[in-house]
Design a protein around this ligand. Structure first.
Ligand SMILES: C[S@@+](CC[C@H](N)C(=O)[O-])C[C@H]1O[C@@H](n2cnc3c(N)ncnc32)[C@H](O)[C@@H]1O
Length: 293
């Protein structure tokens, strides 16, 4: 079957929706439960540390996106300010959309630490943002980096297009990152249900194509995502993430880590090498892929 025929019979947004539905169904009760807020708070800080240690993507993205001093940037799913903080030093204003209270707390703390005055934050998920009441559109750049936990991705992208005057830049997984590898292997034994990973960039790309958007794509690698000083530190980290209370479940986790942690320069690495895609287009030139300039 040629790709045009496949495209006409498959509704990629429906595939995205169904995969996200299954992903949320298994992960929400365990990890995203509001009662686990303290644990989630912990996760934000540990996320921040690991991201800083191992991920140089922000530097690459800063080189790629022609940020101008007069730019207004909308950062959807800003997290602890991975992009919002460095971007705020190069542009006029940044609006950070972030639904998680612990992440917003982390972002506010970092805004203060960095003496930044031009980041506005909105504590909502993208789907719930009211364009007229919450935003000051249009934005020169709309960015969503690793934050597309969104049921209807087509609607979400259409909304991004409405508020962008120029660039839309999405960063999303291609492969299976370290924490998903661990979840895929352990989830069924721990929670009696197989783990469903998030839909990946191939699905996103097909959704965009069906929206008649033919973006630029660059593939990057995230290396050694997790680095711990000791095996015990690794165990404590994932035990907190997975909220394991039974001894037999903690043993499963310990065995997994013993098998998979690699010793390197005095640290223990959980090999998290996986690819991710930087996908971007210019709103008014979306049919002409090319290098951002
Ligand atoms: C993995 S973090 C990425 C943070 C940051 N953008 C980065 O690249 O480091 C994902 C963030 O997206 C947020 N998020 C998840 N679903 C979202 C949604 N529907 N709308 C907006 N943000 C969302 C999460 O709360 C989380 O802070």
């Amino acid at each position: 079957m040629n790709s045009d025929i496949i495209s006409s019979v498959i509704d990629w947004n429906q595939i995205w929706k169904e995969t996200i539905r299954q992903h949320k169904m298994i992960i929400n009760p365990i990890i995203e439960n509001e009662k686990n807020n303290n644990k989630r708070f912990y996760r934000c800080y540990s996320y921040l540390n690991h991201r800083w240690d191992n991920y140089i993507g922000v530097e690459k993205e800063m080189q790629k996106i022609p940020l101008q001093p007069n730019f207004k940037v909308l950062d959807i799913g800003a997290g602890p300010g991975t992009h919002a903080i460095p971007f705020s030093k190069k542009v006029d204003q940044v609006t950070a959309i972030e639904p998680s209270q612990p992440m917003i707390d982390c972002l506010i703390k970092r805004i203060k630490e960095n003496n930044v005055e031009n980041i506005k934050h909105i504590n909502k998920q993208w789907e719930d943002v009211n364009i007229n009441q919450d935003l000051d559109a249009p934005y020169d750049l709309v960015l969503a980096s690793f934050s597309l936990i969104i049921d209807d991705i087509k609607l979400a992208i259409e909304k991004m297009m409405r508020v962008s005057s120029d660039y839309i830049y999405l960063i999303w997984h291609i492969g299976v990152p370290a924490w998903e590898k661990l979840y895929v292997e352990l989830w069924k034994s721990l929670f009696n249900i197989p783990y469903t990973p998030v839909p990946k960039a191939n699905c996103l790309f097909n959704v965009l194509n069906q929206m008649n958007i033919h973006p630029n794509i660059e593939i990057h690698t995230m290396d050694n995502y997790y680095k711990f000083k000791t095996k015990h530190e690794a165990f404590t980290h994932f035990n907190k993430e997975l909220v394991l209370s039974k001894k037999k479940h903690r043993e499963l986790l310990r065995n997994y880590l013993n098998k998979n942690l690699i010793k390197e320069n005095g640290n223990f690495i959980l090999d998290g090498s996986s690819n991710y895609a930087a996908i971007w287009w210019k709103k008014n030139k979306r049919h002409v892929p090319g290098v951002i300039a």
